[in-house]
Design a protein around this ligand. Sequence first.
Ligand code: NAP
Length: 486
Amino acid sequence: MAQMFIEGKWVDSESRETLKAVNPATSETLDTFPRGTREDARRAIDAAFAAKSKAEEMSAWERSKILYKVAQLLEQHSSEMSRLIALNVGKPIADSEAETARAVLVLTFAAEEAKRLYGQTIPLDSHPFPPGNKNRLGFTLREPIGVVGAISPFNFPLNLLLHKVAPAIAAGNTVVAKPPSDGPLPGITIAKLFEEAGLPPGILNVVTGSGSEVGMEIVESSKVDAISFTGDTGTGRLIAEKAAATNKRTILELGGHDPMLILDDADLEKAAKAAAVGVFGYSGQVCTATKRLIVENAAKDRFVKVFSEVVRNLKVGNPLERTTNVGPVINQSGLDKIQDLVGDALDDGAVLVEGGKRLDSTEYSRGFFFAPTLLDKVSPDMQIAQKEIFGPVAPVIRADDDSDAVAKANSTVYGLQASIFTTNMARGLKLAKKIKVGAVLINDRTNVRWDNAPFGGIKRSGLGREGVSLAITELTELKFVVANLD
Ligand code: NAP
């Protein structure tokens, strides 16, 4: 049985209850883990609170050394970790390996950034008031914010947890991390590597259990100073409301409905190849997955023809097999949601080109597999073009011209990432300025992220920015110090 990590010790829940960690490709139980309670969360928060002074006493050099060591240990254990990700969340093995490799990078960036927590000198003599500024020295310091609550989703169970934990520790904070209940094992396992790397007890604590109990206790606690959350927009809103009661800083990385705009001059083969990864990578369960294909009229029918061929050739299957392109979705409720959105779209006049149903032949019947689906003639007002799909479904929406494509791209409450395919870079750049999102990628898929580059959404897609150095900024306080030299 997996355990929680509190104050440097591996422990069960005070309730002794457990939950199952399930393989979504087979419904088999991989392991059990503690069903933590509010009391368990409080123990972890108290440990993190008590360890604050210990964390603050560590030098940047020491914090950096530990993060480098964890990166090194993770690299040594990368095949076991990748296999664990594939088994616990049904992610194809090559994508799981990419997630582990990126997690090593995140730790390495955090180790580097820990040594660059620079403040700034402020030229006070630029102010005529108060008198005497010529002889005052002003500068800023970046100080740890305190206890950071790190709450992460199932779809990148290792890397998204580390996008919170590693910058928090680099900045001298302590952490209470809550991994997702679907896919908790990678988050628990990484804590073992922090322990092995010599992180003092209490600086990182990992509590498992439901979001509404363990997660909420972390959000509501007056001993927690910041919440770094990645997950669903509805959960994020609830967290923001609750966190406001104790004036916590909240960094929210939420849902998306990312469009790929395919202009009439685009290279359609390239666009189709990118869309295959953008839409179907990890069965579409990525915040930045391509969730709408907005194609200009002159290219639309040709694109659907080229893309349907690509979709037909995707191999659905066991995530552990290297030839698999599309694995299962995470659970039954994810599957039901996809089926409902596709059903509604067809009722509302969308045309089914490929897929459209759950795969339930013997090979797939125990897992949560949905056939790679291509829908044509989707309109922006359909549910499928408004609600986050989180499944292997490509809705094609046609656009009359560039301004119609932009209007349709901007027609959801989300604003995470977007991509544009065109052979005319100037045209692409003009549109990039008009799309209301956190990032635009030209001639690339939507679901790319560089781990130390700015990342985050606008509108209902989020608040604040991640990317290791920006996450460190979000998880520190700026202190202004002035010395009067007179
Ligand atoms: P979720 O249901 O919101 O869960 C995310 C985390 O929040 C889990 O650890 C969950 O715990 C916890 N949680 C749930 N309710 C809570 C509450 N009331 N208080 C505190 N914590 C709570 O999201 P998900 O289904 O795991 O992930 C998919 C969503 O994440 C999608 O919307 C996707 O777009 C978004 N996402 C966004 C980004 C980004 O960077 N913008 C990246 C990846 C994913 P339990 O698991 O125990 O319920």
